[in-house]
Design a protein around this ligand. Sequence first.
Ligand SMILES: C[S@@+](CC[C@H](N)C(=O)[O-])C[C@H]1O[C@@H](n2cnc3c(N)ncnc32)[C@H](O)[C@@H]1O
Length: 346
Amino acid sequence: MWRRSLMLRCFGCRSVGPKGLLGSSAVRACSAPAVPAARITALQAVDLWKEHFVERGVTEPDHSAQYIIAYLLGAKTIESLEKEKLAEFLSPEKTEQMWKLCSRRLSRMPVQYVIEEWDFRDLTLKMRPPVFIPRPETEELVELVLTDLEVGTGVAADAQHTLLEVGCGSGAISLSLLKSLPQFRAVAVDQSQDAVDLTRENAFRLGLQDRLQVHRLDVMKDAETVLSLCNHVSALVSNPPYLYSEDMTTLEPEIFRFEDHAALDGGKDGLKVIKQILTLAPQILSNHGCVYLEVDPRHPPLIQRWVEVNVEEMHYVETRHDITGRPRFCILRKEKSNRDHKLDLD
Ligand SMILES: C[S@@+](CC[C@H](N)C(=O)[O-])C[C@H]1O[C@@H](n2cnc3c(N)ncnc32)[C@H](O)[C@@H]1O
């Protein structure tokens, strides 16, 4: 059974209001409740912590307590544990651990960081602050890339293909794609050393390290190096930082205080990294190769217009919607003119 939660609201679904830094990011000062003197059962611990979380205004109090206790009992979800197990008294060590982990959640640390792992599609990935925690909508991005690569563009199953991911974070996208596409290798880059380290660690844990190269590179500053590492790539995938800078102050404390702001802030119009990716794309992709982007719902028409004016050889193919019906994913394809393509072949 996989962990499912809206613990960190997806950005496309967020309500951005004029709350400002002190409105949304301020956290009430809180001290953790004392460890109980008497022994308590797992279910009692869940109920107790749920109450503490509610009292202190911690979001998703129920899920928070449940995921932490399930993790301590060696399971992913509380539903997957037997009733008898939940009715057993916790050992003093487990009780102390529960208090330690729940106290972290009380400080608004996301559950994913508290338990140091989370599920993405069929993978369980290590999580560590401040590396971006993968969101559910990114699973949809992976699904659409897979569908497109497996059937749409007719990528030959027997040929070697490379994909590039810009901004790999924990490695969620690249590792999911590699797991499902055995004929692919991937290059993943990120400006953050924490992200690079975590992607490498997750690749090793999943046995995918031989098909994944990970580099600490900033696409804004290290464009030449990125270009020297990648050409004739079949797909360029990215869930880049795409929040409008002004929206950063409206983020939940879980996000604002614990996740790397460089993973979120896409500049004034949220398009800073996106424009750079699209500028480099024609030199990175093979002819007919595609760019797949996760973006803010306001972005698709802006990206389409910008590419038409600024990037030769890249054609806007379509906008795809997420399961809530919001326009969240852009697909673009490199199309060389017949003349240029012929010159390349000669
Ligand atoms: C929204 S997170 C996505 C992480 C991961 N791909 C995922 O979906 O969970 C964006 C990532 O892009 C990285 N990033 C931001 N600016 C970058 C840049 N200029 N060059 C390379 N990586 C960048 C951040 O460090 C962060 O890991």
